[in-house]
Ligand binder design. Structure first.
Ligand code: HAM
Length: 453
């Protein structure tokens, strides 16, 4: 009774239009926004739970911020010339206030940090979060318009020990959820001075090739040249390959930070690859940048499971004091595609099957007693046939079916069927809750030949 699923594809009816025999058109979900049906939710809970436990072990506490924030927050924090702000935000006006569905969680967390004056209460703040984010991207496998992130922010520590700890813990978390070989890619884009000198050198190197670059990169040459390094357009490949690398431009302080980060990762035994062309799509980053990829066969181009980095200027940019910070976010759907984690599909432990006229009320009492003992129990209230009730018990993954006919009620007994061991016995009503609990707790016997046929 294990299942490994992800998002349930829309039903055939939903794709093909109005249901047969109905003239009412179906209202379908927005493209790129998916239902997560109960049949799939077990794996979501398992990964969310593993993430929360892993962050709590590191001393992080959960924060929940609104899904909607003032638009200027994202423009200021993420950067006006980023893809996210230029093309991907769901923005609208409400009573003349410009609002946006959050495209990521860092800006909101830092807004909350500044708004609540958290720097006055503790020197280092460690927060984690999970929830939906919204970006108007072209939907494909691993890329959605409403997607879920698991993320964390550590505010108040300039690193690099904190950076190394975060990256190492993330590798451990990914392995915990059955992603065996996460590949860590690491870079430093330095602080303001370093980037100003590098931007100048990059622009000088790429300008002579301007005509060969993609239209987007030609525009970025003046607006945001670092973003060119992130282009996947074939026309930009040569320019990217020959461009100078930022690691050659690090200031002394940035280089000391970078060298120390690598020393600490080595001491932790965390494998990583330096990718000097790694830049990320959000403008707030400084110094440490990282991405973790995996499951290339299942995710293809969307194999980036998570990304993060340092953003030492954001707290100040959003009106707070000068406080350094680092964080990351993982795409939950991508983790689920990449993960080999399997969960039980069992919905209830016990199924109570009343048969006969006077059995409904005693069945409801029995089911309530079962639940009070801490077991999950469904009772059939449909007055269905024995066959239909057993089919339902099996479909719900119940271990035990308790059958209650008129005769059993009169005799003060219950027929108890162990659906995994295929054995049935009569049990006194007074003992049945404890007996059912013992069967539920006992190991499932090995499958017999012919079972399941
Ligand atoms: P990001 O790289 O934009 O960073 O997103 C982080 C992760 O979210 C990606 O690696 C990917 O797994 C997932 N993701 C992004 N867009 C989509 C999408 N359209 N559909 C499905 N998954 C997606 C951030 O969001 C930063 N806030 C991370 C961070 C936190 N940096 C510092 N602190």
């Amino acid at each position: 009774m294990k299942r490994k699923q992800f998002l349930t594809p829309r039903s055939a009816a939903a794709i093909s239009g109005p249901a047969v025999g109905s003239s009412t058109p179906l209202v379908k979900a927005v493209k790129g926004m998916n239902d997560i049906l109960p049949v799939d939710i077990g794996r979501w809970h398992a990964v969310e739970g593993a993430f929360a436990r892993s962050m709590q072990r590191l001393g992080y506490r959960e924060i929940r911020t609104p899904y909607v924030e003032p638009t200027p927050l994202f423009v200021r924090a993420i950067g006006e010339t980023t893809d996210v702000v230029e093309k991907e935000m769901y923005s609208f006006r409400h009573h003349d206030e410009p609002l946006t569905l959050r495209p990521e969680g860092t800006a909101g967390a830092v807004r909350a940090y500044v708004e609540h004056g958290v720097h006055n209460t503790e020197p280092v703040t460690r927060w984690y979060y999970h929830g939906p984010m919204f970006r108007a991207e072209r939907p494909q496998r691993g890329r959605y318009r409403q997607f879920y992130q698991l993320g964390a922010e550590c505010i108040g520590d300039a690193g690099p020990g904190c950076d190394a700890e975060m990256i190492d813990a993330l590798v451990g978390f990914l392995q915990d959820i059955g992603i065996e070989k996460p590949d860590v890619f690491l870079n430093s884009i330095g602080s303001g001075d370093t980037r100003a000198r590098y931007k100048e050198a990059l622009t000088a190197a790429l300008s002579p090739m301007k005509d060969k670059l993609s239209a987007d990169s030609q525009r970025r040459l003046t607006t945001n040249p670092l973003r060119i390094l992130d282009s996947k357009h074939p026309a930009d490949a040569e320019a990217i390959a020959t461009a100078p690398t930022i690691l050659d431009f690090l200031s002394d302080a940035d280089r000391a930070h970078w060298d120390e980060l690598r020393r600490q990762l080595d001491a932790l035994g965390t494998p990583y690859q330096v990718d000097p062309k790694l830049v990320r799509g959000l403008d707030y980053y400084t110094r440490t940048l990282f991405e973790i990829k995996g499951a290339y066969d299942k995710l293809g181009a969307g194999s980036t499971l998570l990304g993060g980095g340092r953003y030492d200027g954001m707290v100040k940019d959003l009106g707070g004091p000068e406080v350094p910070a680092i964080g990351f976010a993982a795409g939950l759907e991508r983790l689920l595609i990449a993960s080999t984690l399997e969960v039980s599909a069992s919905v209830v432990d016990v199924f109570v099957a009343p048969l006969g006229e006077g059995t409904q009320a005693p069945a409801l009492v029995l089911a309530r007693d079962i639940r009070r003992a801490g077991l999950r129990c469904e009772v059939d209230t449909r007055k269905a046939s024995m066959k239909a009730q057993l089919r339902r018990a099996n479909a719900l993954g119940a271990r035990v079916c308790l059958i209650l006919g008129d005769r059993e009620v009169n005799e003060g007994v219950v027929e108890m069927k162990d659906l995994a061991a295929h054995v049935q016995e009569k049990v006194a009503r007074a003992d049945v809750v404890a007996r059912a609990a013992a069967v539920v707790a006992s190991p499932v016997p090995p499958a017999r030949e012919g079972d399941g046929k």
